[in-house]
Design a protein around this ligand. Structure first.
Ligand code: UGA
Length: 474
Protein backbone atom coordinates (compact mmCIF):
# COMPACT_ATOMS: atom_id res chain seq x y z
CA UNK A 1 0.00 0.00 0.00
CA UNK A 2 1.83 3.05 -1.25
CA UNK A 3 0.72 6.60 -1.09
CA UNK A 4 1.85 9.72 -2.68
CA UNK A 5 0.90 12.88 -0.85
CA UNK A 6 1.68 16.23 -2.31
CA UNK A 7 0.60 19.52 -0.96
CA UNK A 8 -0.32 22.68 -2.83
CA UNK A 9 -0.07 20.92 -6.13
CA UNK A 10 -0.48 23.91 -8.36
CA UNK A 11 2.98 23.01 -9.52
CA UNK A 12 3.36 20.64 -12.46
CA UNK A 13 6.54 19.37 -10.94
CA UNK A 14 4.68 17.44 -8.30
CA UNK A 15 2.40 16.00 -10.88
CA UNK A 16 5.49 14.75 -12.63
CA UNK A 17 6.59 12.99 -9.48
CA UNK A 18 3.16 11.43 -9.28
CA UNK A 19 3.75 9.85 -12.67
CA UNK A 20 6.13 7.50 -10.90
CA UNK A 21 3.26 6.36 -8.68
CA UNK A 22 1.17 5.53 -11.72
CA UNK A 23 3.96 3.50 -13.20
CA UNK A 24 4.36 1.53 -9.98
CA UNK A 25 0.62 0.83 -10.05
CA UNK A 26 0.93 -0.40 -13.63
CA UNK A 27 3.81 -2.71 -12.87
CA UNK A 28 2.77 -3.98 -9.43
CA UNK A 29 -0.80 -5.19 -9.64
CA UNK A 30 -0.67 -6.53 -6.10
CA UNK A 31 0.14 -3.13 -4.61
CA UNK A 32 -2.49 -0.50 -3.98
CA UNK A 33 -1.26 2.95 -4.93
CA UNK A 34 -3.14 6.03 -3.81
CA UNK A 35 -2.17 9.47 -5.03
CA UNK A 36 -3.36 11.92 -2.42
CA UNK A 37 -3.46 15.65 -2.71
CA UNK A 38 -5.25 18.45 -0.91
CA UNK A 39 -6.02 20.12 -4.20
CA UNK A 40 -9.57 19.07 -5.08
CA UNK A 41 -9.50 20.17 -8.71
CA UNK A 42 -6.25 18.31 -9.41
CA UNK A 43 -7.58 15.09 -7.97
CA UNK A 44 -10.80 15.58 -9.95
CA UNK A 45 -8.68 16.02 -13.08
CA UNK A 46 -6.71 12.83 -12.40
CA UNK A 47 -10.05 11.06 -12.03
CA UNK A 48 -11.37 12.50 -15.30
CA UNK A 49 -10.65 11.94 -18.99
CA UNK A 50 -8.62 15.15 -19.19
CA UNK A 51 -5.49 14.58 -17.11
CA UNK A 52 -3.93 17.65 -15.52
CA UNK A 53 -0.66 17.33 -17.46
CA UNK A 54 0.28 16.65 -21.04
CA UNK A 55 2.73 13.80 -21.28
CA UNK A 56 2.92 11.40 -24.23
CA UNK A 57 1.74 7.91 -23.23
CA UNK A 58 0.48 8.85 -19.77
CA UNK A 59 -3.22 8.56 -20.60
CA UNK A 60 -2.82 4.89 -21.41
CA UNK A 61 -0.99 4.18 -18.15
CA UNK A 62 -3.67 5.88 -16.07
CA UNK A 63 -6.52 4.23 -17.96
CA UNK A 64 -4.95 0.80 -17.48
CA UNK A 65 -4.86 0.95 -13.68
CA UNK A 66 -7.20 3.67 -12.41
CA UNK A 67 -9.88 2.03 -10.26
CA UNK A 68 -7.93 -1.25 -10.29
CA UNK A 69 -5.01 -0.59 -7.96
CA UNK A 70 -4.51 3.13 -8.60
CA UNK A 71 -6.68 5.65 -6.81
CA UNK A 72 -6.71 9.42 -6.49
CA UNK A 73 -8.03 10.97 -3.31
CA UNK A 74 -8.13 14.16 -1.28
CA UNK A 75 -8.46 12.20 1.95
CA UNK A 76 -4.78 12.59 2.73
CA UNK A 77 -4.81 11.68 6.40
CA UNK A 78 -6.80 8.47 6.02
CA UNK A 79 -4.54 7.09 3.31
CA UNK A 80 -1.32 8.17 5.01
CA UNK A 81 -2.49 6.41 8.16
CA UNK A 82 -3.13 3.19 6.20
CA UNK A 83 0.04 3.20 4.09
CA UNK A 84 3.15 1.07 4.50
CA UNK A 85 5.28 3.21 2.21
CA UNK A 86 4.74 6.95 1.86
CA UNK A 87 6.37 8.75 -1.04
CA UNK A 88 6.56 12.42 -0.26
CA UNK A 89 6.62 14.60 -3.34
CA UNK A 90 5.88 18.02 -1.96
CA UNK A 91 7.23 21.26 -3.34
CA UNK A 92 10.77 22.34 -2.48
CA UNK A 93 10.85 25.74 -4.18
CA UNK A 94 13.61 28.32 -4.07
CA UNK A 95 13.13 30.68 -1.13
CA UNK A 96 12.03 34.13 -2.22
CA UNK A 97 12.44 35.81 1.15
CA UNK A 98 14.47 35.57 4.33
CA UNK A 99 17.81 33.86 4.81
CA UNK A 100 19.07 32.29 1.58
CA UNK A 101 16.42 34.03 -0.57
CA UNK A 102 17.00 33.37 -4.27
CA UNK A 103 19.09 30.25 -3.64
CA UNK A 104 18.14 28.04 -0.70
CA UNK A 105 15.35 25.47 -0.91
CA UNK A 106 12.21 26.26 1.03
CA UNK A 107 11.36 23.19 3.08
CA UNK A 108 8.10 24.52 4.53
CA UNK A 109 5.97 22.00 2.65
CA UNK A 110 8.25 19.09 3.48
CA UNK A 111 8.21 19.91 7.17
CA UNK A 112 4.42 20.29 7.09
CA UNK A 113 4.07 16.90 5.40
CA UNK A 114 6.33 15.27 7.99
CA UNK A 115 4.33 16.75 10.87
CA UNK A 116 1.09 15.53 9.31
CA UNK A 117 2.48 12.02 8.70
CA UNK A 118 3.71 11.85 12.31
CA UNK A 119 0.40 12.98 13.73
CA UNK A 120 -1.78 10.44 11.88
CA UNK A 121 0.51 7.40 11.96
CA UNK A 122 -0.44 4.46 14.11
CA UNK A 123 1.72 1.91 12.25
CA UNK A 124 5.38 1.90 11.16
CA UNK A 125 6.17 3.26 7.72
CA UNK A 126 8.88 3.75 5.19
CA UNK A 127 9.05 7.42 4.26
CA UNK A 128 10.52 8.04 0.83
CA UNK A 129 11.91 11.44 -0.17
CA UNK A 130 10.85 11.96 -3.73
CA UNK A 131 11.15 15.72 -3.91
CA UNK A 132 14.60 17.08 -4.67
CA UNK A 133 15.89 18.22 -1.35
CA UNK A 134 19.12 19.71 -0.05
CA UNK A 135 21.63 17.27 1.30
CA UNK A 136 20.86 16.11 4.82
CA UNK A 137 17.16 16.94 4.70
CA UNK A 138 16.37 13.38 5.72
CA UNK A 139 18.09 13.97 9.03
CA UNK A 140 15.89 16.98 9.79
CA UNK A 141 12.75 15.21 8.64
CA UNK A 142 13.50 12.22 10.80
CA UNK A 143 13.68 14.52 13.83
CA UNK A 144 10.31 16.06 12.98
CA UNK A 145 8.74 12.63 12.53
CA UNK A 146 10.21 11.21 15.71
CA UNK A 147 9.32 14.18 17.89
CA UNK A 148 5.73 14.48 16.67
CA UNK A 149 4.56 10.92 16.72
CA UNK A 150 2.45 10.08 19.74
CA UNK A 151 2.72 6.30 19.45
CA UNK A 152 6.01 4.89 20.79
CA UNK A 153 5.64 1.67 18.78
CA UNK A 154 5.60 3.49 15.42
CA UNK A 155 8.89 3.44 13.55
CA UNK A 156 9.83 5.54 10.54
CA UNK A 157 12.56 4.50 8.13
CA UNK A 158 13.62 7.27 5.80
CA UNK A 159 14.84 6.63 2.28
CA UNK A 160 15.96 8.98 -0.44
CA UNK A 161 14.78 7.88 -3.88
CA UNK A 162 15.41 10.79 -6.25
CA UNK A 163 13.49 11.01 -9.50
CA UNK A 164 15.47 11.22 -12.75
CA UNK A 165 12.68 11.21 -15.33
CA UNK A 166 12.57 14.05 -17.85
CA UNK A 167 9.42 15.68 -19.14
CA UNK A 168 8.22 14.68 -22.56
CA UNK A 169 9.95 11.30 -22.23
CA UNK A 170 8.61 10.41 -18.79
CA UNK A 171 6.89 7.18 -19.73
CA UNK A 172 9.97 5.81 -21.51
CA UNK A 173 12.19 6.93 -18.62
CA UNK A 174 9.91 5.16 -16.15
CA UNK A 175 9.78 1.99 -18.20
CA UNK A 176 13.48 1.79 -18.82
CA UNK A 177 15.45 3.89 -16.34
CA UNK A 178 19.25 4.18 -16.58
CA UNK A 179 19.23 3.62 -12.84
CA UNK A 180 17.04 3.72 -9.77
CA UNK A 181 18.79 5.20 -6.77
CA UNK A 182 17.83 4.30 -3.21
CA UNK A 183 19.66 5.92 -0.34
CA UNK A 184 19.16 4.75 3.20
CA UNK A 185 20.71 4.45 6.59
CA UNK A 186 23.15 1.74 7.56
CA UNK A 187 22.17 -0.93 10.09
CA UNK A 188 19.77 -3.84 9.67
CA UNK A 189 16.58 -1.74 9.78
CA UNK A 190 17.88 0.80 7.26
CA UNK A 191 19.06 -1.94 4.91
CA UNK A 192 15.75 -3.80 5.22
CA UNK A 193 13.88 -0.63 4.26
CA UNK A 194 16.11 -0.19 1.20
CA UNK A 195 15.42 -3.77 0.16
CA UNK A 196 11.67 -3.35 0.60
CA UNK A 197 11.64 -0.44 -1.83
CA UNK A 198 14.16 -2.14 -4.12
CA UNK A 199 11.75 -5.09 -4.33
CA UNK A 200 9.07 -2.78 -5.74
CA UNK A 201 11.38 -1.54 -8.50
CA UNK A 202 12.78 -5.01 -9.15
CA UNK A 203 9.42 -5.94 -10.76
CA UNK A 204 10.60 -4.18 -13.92
CA UNK A 205 14.11 -2.79 -13.35
CA UNK A 206 17.13 -5.14 -13.57
CA UNK A 207 18.93 -5.51 -10.23
CA UNK A 208 22.18 -4.06 -11.56
CA UNK A 209 20.37 -0.78 -12.25
CA UNK A 210 19.05 -0.47 -8.71
CA UNK A 211 21.75 1.38 -6.83
CA UNK A 212 21.91 1.39 -3.04
CA UNK A 213 23.78 4.25 -1.35
CA UNK A 214 23.82 6.24 1.85
CA UNK A 215 21.06 8.81 2.34
CA UNK A 216 23.38 11.74 1.78
CA UNK A 217 24.95 10.28 -1.36
CA UNK A 218 21.49 9.78 -2.87
CA UNK A 219 20.42 13.35 -2.08
CA UNK A 220 23.67 14.79 -3.41
CA UNK A 221 23.59 12.58 -6.51
CA UNK A 222 20.32 14.16 -7.58
CA UNK A 223 21.68 17.70 -7.30
CA UNK A 224 24.94 16.68 -8.98
CA UNK A 225 23.21 14.93 -11.89
CA UNK A 226 21.15 18.01 -12.71
CA UNK A 227 24.12 20.33 -12.22
CA UNK A 228 26.26 18.22 -14.58
CA UNK A 229 23.52 18.06 -17.23
CA UNK A 230 22.97 21.81 -17.09
CA UNK A 231 26.71 22.37 -17.14
CA UNK A 232 26.99 20.53 -20.47
CA UNK A 233 24.39 22.84 -22.00
CA UNK A 234 26.03 25.97 -20.61
CA UNK A 235 29.38 24.74 -21.92
CA UNK A 236 27.97 24.30 -25.42
CA UNK A 237 26.14 27.61 -25.18
CA UNK A 238 29.40 29.36 -24.33
CA UNK A 239 30.96 27.75 -27.41
CA UNK A 240 27.97 28.87 -29.52
CA UNK A 241 28.92 32.49 -28.76
CA UNK A 242 32.46 31.76 -29.89
CA UNK A 243 31.18 30.03 -33.04
CA UNK A 244 29.10 33.04 -34.02
CA UNK A 245 32.14 35.29 -33.87
CA UNK A 246 34.55 32.91 -35.59
CA UNK A 247 32.39 31.26 -38.26
CA UNK A 248 32.57 27.78 -36.72
CA UNK A 249 29.38 25.71 -36.47
CA UNK A 250 28.34 24.64 -32.96
CA UNK A 251 26.48 21.58 -34.25
CA UNK A 252 29.62 20.39 -36.02
CA UNK A 253 31.62 20.96 -32.86
CA UNK A 254 29.02 19.07 -30.77
CA UNK A 255 29.00 16.18 -33.22
CA UNK A 256 32.78 15.98 -33.24
CA UNK A 257 33.26 16.04 -29.50
CA UNK A 258 30.28 13.74 -28.90
CA UNK A 259 32.07 11.00 -30.85
CA UNK A 260 34.56 10.81 -28.02
CA UNK A 261 33.07 8.01 -25.95
CA UNK A 262 34.26 9.74 -22.77
CA UNK A 263 32.09 12.76 -23.64
CA UNK A 264 29.18 11.05 -25.44
CA UNK A 265 26.68 12.64 -27.83
CA UNK A 266 23.75 13.48 -25.54
CA UNK A 267 22.87 16.85 -24.05
CA UNK A 268 25.22 18.83 -26.28
CA UNK A 269 22.60 20.89 -28.10
CA UNK A 270 23.30 24.59 -27.84
CA UNK A 271 20.06 26.46 -27.24
CA UNK A 272 18.59 29.79 -26.32
CA UNK A 273 19.06 28.57 -22.74
CA UNK A 274 17.94 25.71 -20.56
CA UNK A 275 14.70 26.00 -18.65
CA UNK A 276 12.47 23.81 -16.55
CA UNK A 277 11.68 23.60 -12.91
CA UNK A 278 14.80 21.77 -11.84
CA UNK A 279 18.13 22.77 -13.33
CA UNK A 280 18.30 26.34 -12.06
CA UNK A 281 16.65 25.52 -8.74
CA UNK A 282 18.93 22.58 -8.05
CA UNK A 283 22.10 24.44 -9.00
CA UNK A 284 21.15 27.40 -6.83
CA UNK A 285 20.54 24.96 -4.06
CA UNK A 286 23.95 23.38 -4.54
CA UNK A 287 25.54 26.83 -4.60
CA UNK A 288 23.80 27.76 -1.37
CA UNK A 289 24.86 24.57 0.37
CA UNK A 290 28.48 25.17 -0.68
CA UNK A 291 28.36 28.79 0.47
CA UNK A 292 26.97 27.90 3.86
CA UNK A 293 29.72 25.28 4.25
CA UNK A 294 32.41 27.85 3.39
CA UNK A 295 33.19 26.31 -0.02
CA UNK A 296 33.18 29.58 -1.95
CA UNK A 297 35.22 28.37 -4.95
CA UNK A 298 32.92 25.38 -5.39
CA UNK A 299 29.86 27.63 -5.13
CA UNK A 300 31.31 30.07 -7.72
CA UNK A 301 32.13 27.20 -10.05
CA UNK A 302 28.55 25.93 -10.19
CA UNK A 303 27.04 29.39 -10.19
CA UNK A 304 28.82 30.07 -13.47
CA UNK A 305 26.44 27.54 -15.11
CA UNK A 306 23.52 29.85 -14.29
CA UNK A 307 25.45 32.97 -15.27
CA UNK A 308 26.14 31.47 -18.68
CA UNK A 309 22.49 30.50 -19.11
CA UNK A 310 21.34 34.04 -18.33
CA UNK A 311 24.00 35.41 -20.68
CA UNK A 312 22.77 33.14 -23.48
CA UNK A 313 19.18 34.42 -23.22
CA UNK A 314 20.33 38.02 -23.08
CA UNK A 315 22.75 37.46 -25.99
CA UNK A 316 19.90 36.01 -28.05
CA UNK A 317 17.77 39.11 -27.49
CA UNK A 318 20.68 41.44 -28.24
CA UNK A 319 21.42 39.61 -31.48
CA UNK A 320 17.82 40.08 -32.58
CA UNK A 321 17.95 43.79 -31.83
CA UNK A 322 21.31 44.47 -33.49
CA UNK A 323 20.49 42.46 -36.60
CA UNK A 324 17.14 44.18 -37.04
CA UNK A 325 18.88 47.53 -37.52
CA UNK A 326 19.22 48.25 -33.81
CA UNK A 327 15.53 48.75 -33.26
CA UNK A 328 12.61 46.46 -32.68
CA UNK A 329 10.35 49.20 -31.40
CA UNK A 330 6.76 48.54 -32.52
CA UNK A 331 7.92 45.61 -34.68
CA UNK A 332 5.88 42.41 -34.52
CA UNK A 333 7.88 39.36 -33.56
CA UNK A 334 6.35 35.91 -33.88
CA UNK A 335 7.43 33.59 -31.09
CA UNK A 336 7.34 29.91 -32.01
CA UNK A 337 7.30 27.91 -28.81
CA UNK A 338 6.84 28.96 -25.21
CA UNK A 339 7.25 25.65 -23.34
CA UNK A 340 10.70 25.01 -21.87
CA UNK A 341 11.15 22.01 -24.17
CA UNK A 342 9.14 20.09 -26.74
CA UNK A 343 6.40 17.59 -25.92
CA UNK A 344 5.33 19.35 -22.75
CA UNK A 345 3.02 22.21 -21.85
CA UNK A 346 5.30 23.12 -18.95
CA UNK A 347 6.63 26.67 -18.96
CA UNK A 348 8.46 26.91 -15.66
CA UNK A 349 11.74 28.83 -16.05
CA UNK A 350 11.30 28.60 -19.80
CA UNK A 351 13.84 30.77 -21.64
CA UNK A 352 10.86 32.20 -23.53
CA UNK A 353 9.92 34.25 -20.46
CA UNK A 354 13.23 36.13 -20.39
CA UNK A 355 13.38 36.46 -24.16
CA UNK A 356 9.85 37.91 -24.34
CA UNK A 357 10.59 40.28 -21.46
CA UNK A 358 13.76 41.40 -23.26
CA UNK A 359 11.98 41.96 -26.58
CA UNK A 360 9.07 43.83 -25.00
CA UNK A 361 11.48 46.00 -22.98
CA UNK A 362 12.90 47.17 -26.29
CA UNK A 363 9.45 48.03 -27.63
CA UNK A 364 8.59 44.92 -29.65
CA UNK A 365 5.17 43.30 -29.89
CA UNK A 366 5.33 39.53 -29.40
CA UNK A 367 2.78 37.22 -31.00
CA UNK A 368 3.20 33.83 -29.41
CA UNK A 369 2.25 30.39 -30.67
CA UNK A 370 2.91 27.15 -28.79
CA UNK A 371 1.14 23.86 -29.54
CA UNK A 372 0.54 23.17 -25.83
CA UNK A 373 0.65 26.48 -23.98
CA UNK A 374 -2.44 28.69 -23.86
CA UNK A 375 -2.90 32.44 -23.44
CA UNK A 376 -3.70 32.36 -19.70
CA UNK A 377 -0.52 30.49 -18.95
CA UNK A 378 1.64 32.85 -21.03
CA UNK A 379 0.16 35.96 -19.43
CA UNK A 380 0.49 34.47 -15.97
CA UNK A 381 4.14 33.55 -16.60
CA UNK A 382 5.00 36.98 -17.88
CA UNK A 383 3.34 38.61 -14.87
CA UNK A 384 4.87 36.36 -12.20
CA UNK A 385 8.06 37.49 -10.44
CA UNK A 386 11.04 35.12 -10.63
CA UNK A 387 10.74 32.03 -8.38
CA UNK A 388 7.16 32.91 -7.31
CA UNK A 389 5.64 30.32 -9.67
CA UNK A 390 6.85 27.66 -7.28
CA UNK A 391 5.06 29.09 -4.26
CA UNK A 392 1.47 28.12 -5.03
CA UNK A 393 0.14 28.81 -1.58
CA UNK A 394 0.84 32.50 -2.01
CA UNK A 395 -1.67 32.61 -4.83
CA UNK A 396 -1.07 33.09 -8.51
CA UNK A 397 -0.21 36.41 -10.04
CA UNK A 398 -3.12 38.14 -11.68
CA UNK A 399 -3.53 37.13 -15.28
CA UNK A 400 -2.94 40.52 -16.79
CA UNK A 401 -3.27 40.52 -20.57
CA UNK A 402 -0.76 43.00 -21.99
CA UNK A 403 -0.98 44.85 -25.27
CA UNK A 404 2.57 43.94 -26.27
CA UNK A 405 1.86 40.23 -25.87
CA UNK A 406 -0.63 38.30 -27.96
CA UNK A 407 -1.13 34.57 -27.90
CA UNK A 408 -2.58 32.91 -31.00
CA UNK A 409 -3.67 29.43 -31.90
CA UNK A 410 -1.74 28.84 -35.10
CA UNK A 411 1.74 29.59 -36.43
CA UNK A 412 0.56 31.27 -39.65
CA UNK A 413 -1.46 33.85 -37.75
CA UNK A 414 1.50 34.45 -35.42
CA UNK A 415 3.79 35.29 -38.33
CA UNK A 416 1.24 37.29 -40.35
CA UNK A 417 2.59 40.84 -40.62
CA UNK A 418 5.61 39.98 -38.46
CA UNK A 419 9.10 41.36 -39.00
CA UNK A 420 10.74 38.30 -37.49
CA UNK A 421 10.15 34.79 -36.18
CA UNK A 422 11.98 33.49 -33.11
CA UNK A 423 12.05 29.76 -32.48
CA UNK A 424 12.32 29.21 -28.73
CA UNK A 425 11.17 25.57 -28.33
CA UNK A 426 12.25 22.61 -30.45
CA UNK A 427 8.73 21.34 -31.32
CA UNK A 428 8.99 18.92 -34.29
CA UNK A 429 6.10 20.58 -36.11
CA UNK A 430 8.08 23.82 -36.53
CA UNK A 431 10.24 22.16 -39.18
CA UNK A 432 7.22 21.19 -41.28
CA UNK A 433 5.38 24.45 -41.92
CA UNK A 434 4.89 26.05 -45.33
CA UNK A 435 7.57 28.69 -44.90
CA UNK A 436 6.97 30.15 -48.38
CA UNK A 437 3.42 30.97 -47.31
CA UNK A 438 4.71 32.36 -44.02
CA UNK A 439 7.34 34.47 -45.81
CA UNK A 440 4.79 35.90 -48.25
CA UNK A 441 2.77 37.33 -45.35
CA UNK A 442 5.68 38.86 -43.42
CA UNK A 443 7.21 42.34 -43.50
CA UNK A 444 10.43 42.40 -45.56
CA UNK A 445 13.23 41.81 -44.91
CA UNK A 446 11.87 38.81 -43.04
CA UNK A 447 14.11 37.49 -40.27
CA UNK A 448 14.23 34.11 -38.56
CA UNK A 449 16.16 33.60 -35.32
CA UNK A 450 16.40 29.89 -34.69
CA UNK A 451 17.12 29.50 -30.98
CA UNK A 452 17.01 25.70 -31.21
CA UNK A 453 18.55 24.97 -34.61
CA UNK A 454 15.57 22.92 -35.72
CA UNK A 455 14.77 24.53 -39.07
CA UNK A 456 16.23 23.91 -42.52
CA UNK A 457 18.28 27.08 -42.77
CA UNK A 458 19.46 26.59 -46.38
CA UNK A 459 15.86 26.14 -47.52
CA UNK A 460 14.72 29.23 -45.63
CA UNK A 461 17.50 31.32 -47.16
CA UNK A 462 16.42 30.13 -50.61
CA UNK A 463 12.93 31.47 -49.90
CA UNK A 464 14.42 34.84 -48.96
CA UNK A 465 14.58 34.80 -45.16
CA UNK A 466 17.53 36.33 -43.32
CA UNK A 467 18.38 33.48 -40.98
CA UNK A 468 20.30 33.75 -37.74
CA UNK A 469 20.96 30.32 -36.32
CA UNK A 470 22.45 29.74 -32.94
CA UNK A 471 26.22 29.19 -33.03
CA UNK A 472 26.34 29.03 -36.81
CA UNK A 473 27.84 31.17 -39.55
CA UNK A 474 25.48 33.59 -41.30
C1 UGA B 1 15.72 17.29 -16.06
C2 UGA B 1 16.65 16.08 -16.09
O1 UGA B 1 17.01 15.79 -17.43
C3 UGA B 1 15.96 14.87 -15.46
O2 UGA B 1 16.88 13.78 -15.39
C4 UGA B 1 15.52 15.24 -14.04
O3 UGA B 1 14.83 14.15 -13.42
C5 UGA B 1 14.59 16.44 -14.10
O4 UGA B 1 15.29 17.56 -14.71
C6 UGA B 1 14.18 16.81 -12.71
O5 UGA B 1 15.06 17.07 -11.88
O6 UGA B 1 12.98 16.77 -12.42
P1 UGA B 1 13.65 18.10 -17.55
O7 UGA B 1 13.84 19.40 -16.84
O8 UGA B 1 12.30 17.50 -17.64
O9 UGA B 1 14.59 16.99 -16.88
O10 UGA B 1 14.14 18.27 -19.05
P2 UGA B 1 15.55 18.17 -19.82
O11 UGA B 1 15.38 17.29 -20.97
O12 UGA B 1 16.67 17.88 -18.92
O13 UGA B 1 15.72 19.66 -20.39
C7 UGA B 1 15.99 20.76 -19.55
C8 UGA B 1 16.28 21.98 -20.39
O14 UGA B 1 17.52 21.87 -21.07
C9 UGA B 1 15.24 22.24 -21.48
O15 UGA B 1 14.98 23.63 -21.56
C10 UGA B 1 15.93 21.76 -22.74
O16 UGA B 1 15.44 22.37 -23.90
C11 UGA B 1 17.35 22.15 -22.45
N1 UGA B 1 18.35 21.38 -23.21
C12 UGA B 1 18.43 20.04 -23.07
C13 UGA B 1 19.23 22.06 -24.06
O17 UGA B 1 19.18 23.29 -24.20
N2 UGA B 1 20.18 21.34 -24.75
C14 UGA B 1 20.29 19.99 -24.61
O18 UGA B 1 21.19 19.40 -25.26
C15 UGA B 1 19.39 19.33 -23.76
Amino acid sequence: HLIWPSKSTESDHLLRLQERAMWIALKCVDLEVVVVDLNVSRIAAWNSDKLPIYEPGLDEVVKACRGRNLFFSTDVKKHVAEADIVFVSVNTPTKTRGVGAGKAADLTYWEGAARMIASVSTSSKIIVEKSTVPVKTAEAIEKVLRCNCTSASVRFDILSNPEFLAEGTAVADLANPDRVLIGGKGGPAGRAAIEELAAVYARWVPQDRILRTSLWSAELSKLTANAMLAQRISSMNSISALCETTGADVQEVAHSIGKDSRIGPKFLNASVGFGGSCFQKDILNLVYICETLGLKEVADYWHAVITMNDYQKQRFVERIITSMFNTISRKNIAIYGFAFKKDTGDTRETPAIDVCHGLVADGAHCVIYDPQVGADQVHRDLATPKFEWDHPSRGQAAIAGRDEIKVVKDPYTAAHGAHAICVLTEWDEFAHYDYQKIYDNMVKPAFIFDGRNVLDHAELRKIGFIVYALGKPL
